[in-house]
Design a protein around this ligand. Structure first.
Ligand code: FAD
Ligand code: DHB
Length: 392
């Protein structure tokens, strides 16, 4: 098989890139190792920056999002048994965020792609990339039990953190920066209307908790738990009791409980792979970088990478201009490091440190109090949360 751009991975990054290229008349093929059902039901992100919504809108993938997406004008910070509202439009000159699940974005993009192309193969697992430093790279993959080849002009690794693409870059040509956090998140999905209108980020003595949502009838909640925690250690009543304790304030507020329909544990890590280009292999999204989920930057970064990449490939094919492709890594990494710093600080400010002492706790409270009391401090958080402008 032959194409112009071979895309490994049918997550949000790969599917959106395929859509953007297809609309610009550039051939591509997407190889996804999992089944359609699996990728459409993998519970993950839910908070979209304005720029992510704009990108989906621009490529005609926002029809359902316009109807079902929940536009949020701020978040609530809870600490010291008090609530503090951050008003994003007032702090950022009008910016908002939208709650719409990653599962739904993937469903929308898969449906569009299966309706009018480009080709998308499920259960097609890439197991090698050859010729990254030539003008004719090849992706080796297994499909229907057969070993196949996809000959390309460019290969884009959108295969997430556990993919194969970035491992093709030799150790001598890459730099890796990473940090593991000494706690994880237990995430639950519950059939109960959210107990809040906006997301709540709570820092309590017992650890961090986040109240998010998926729709007016489905809540998404997260709890800080020790690394190594198994979901079976947390029966539903224990989850609700702990959430209620961590969200508790000295005011009239109740956490509504309901049936929990999904439970999973996610580790927390910062990871950046530099550069994001190696010859004719380009990396995008989680394949190149991971942030801890506090602040919801992962999916949004994946989308901003492919927006830059689509523009760069379009400039290359329409105007014979390689400059943006040459600067792809540099343009993305600037934003990646800003999001890495923001997610790291949000994580450190809101989680109980397992080995922390009273001094650490006071530092966290001092940061939170400053954000609650100072407009510039709140505006800085709001600018990052709603998303920095694209570098292009
Ligand atoms: P992925 O979604 O990981 O997609 C990669 C795809 O490649 C997968 O479908 C995989 O099956 C496929 N693949 C892997 N290897 C191969 C191979 N060898 N061959 C073919 N295909 C392969 N981000 C936010 O912005 N906002 C949030 O609110 C948020 N909340 C989160 C909450 C949780 C609990 C978690 C875990 C993450 C959250 N994130 C959030 C992060 C976000 O989900 C990821 O950053 C996002 O999925 C990255 O998209 P991607 O397309 O780069 O990678
Ligand atoms: C969600 C996840 C996050 O990490 C976050 O900061 C906000 C929302 C979510 O899944 O809805």
């Amino acid at each position: 098989m032959r194409t112009t751009v071979g895309i490994i991975g049918g997550g949000p990054a790969g599917l959106l890139l395929a859509r953007l290229l297809h609309r610009a008349g550039i051939d591509c093929v997407v190889l996804e190792s999992r089944t359609r059902t699996y990728v459409e039901h993998r519970q993950r992100a839910g908070m979209l920056e304005q720029g992510t919504v704009d990108a989906l809108r621009e490529c005609g993938a926002a029809e359902r999002l316009e109807v079902e997406g929940l536009v949020h004008h701020g978040i609530e910070l809870r600490f010291d048994r008090e609530r503090h509202h951050l008003d994003f439009p007032a702090l950022t000159g009008g910016r908002t965020v939208t709650i719409y699940a990653q599962t739904e974005i993937v469903k929308d993009l898969v449906a569009l792609q299966l309706a009018d192309g480009p080709p998308l193969f499920f259960e097609a697992e890439a197991n090698g990339i050859g010729g990254a430093l030539t003008e004719a790279p090849v992706v080796h993959f297994v499909h229907d039990g057969y070993q196949e080849e996809l000959s390309c002009e460019w290969v884009v690794g959108c295969d997430g953190f556990h993919g194969i693409s970035r491992h093709v870059v030799p150790a001598s040509a890459r730099r890796v920066y990473e940090h593991d956090f000494p706690y994880s998140w237990l995430g639950v999905l519950a059939d109960v209307p959210p107990s809040c209108e906006e997301l709540i980020y709570a820092r309590g003595e017992r650890g961090f908790a986040l109240h998010s949502m998926r729709s007016p009838s489905v809540s998404r909640l997260y709890l800080q738990v020790p690394n190594g925690t198994a979901p079976v250690d947390w029966p539903d009543d224990r989850v609700w009791d702990e959430l209620a304790a961590r969200f508790a304030i000295d005011a009239d507020w109740t956490l509504e409980r309901g049936p929990i329909t999904a439970k999973s544990v996610t580790g927390m890590r910062s990871y950046v792979h530099e550069p994001m280009r190696h010859g004719r292999l380009l990396l995008a999204g989680d394949a190149a970088h991971i942030v801890p989920p506090t602040g919801a930057k992962g999916l949004n970064l994946a989308v901003s990478d492919v927006r830059v990449l689509a523009r760069a490939l379009i400039a290359f094919y329409d105007k014979n201009d390689p400059q943006l492709l040459d600067r792809y890594s540099e343009l993305c990494l600037e934003r990646v490091w800003q999001a890495t710093r923001f997610s790291y600080d949000m994580t450190r400010m809101l989680h109980a440190q397992p080995d922390g002492d009273a001094f650490d706790h006071r530092m966290q409270l001092a940061r939170l109090r400053r954000i609650a009391a100072s407009r510039p401090a709140a505006a800085e958080l709001a600018a990052h949360y709603t998303g920095l402008p694209l570098a292009l």
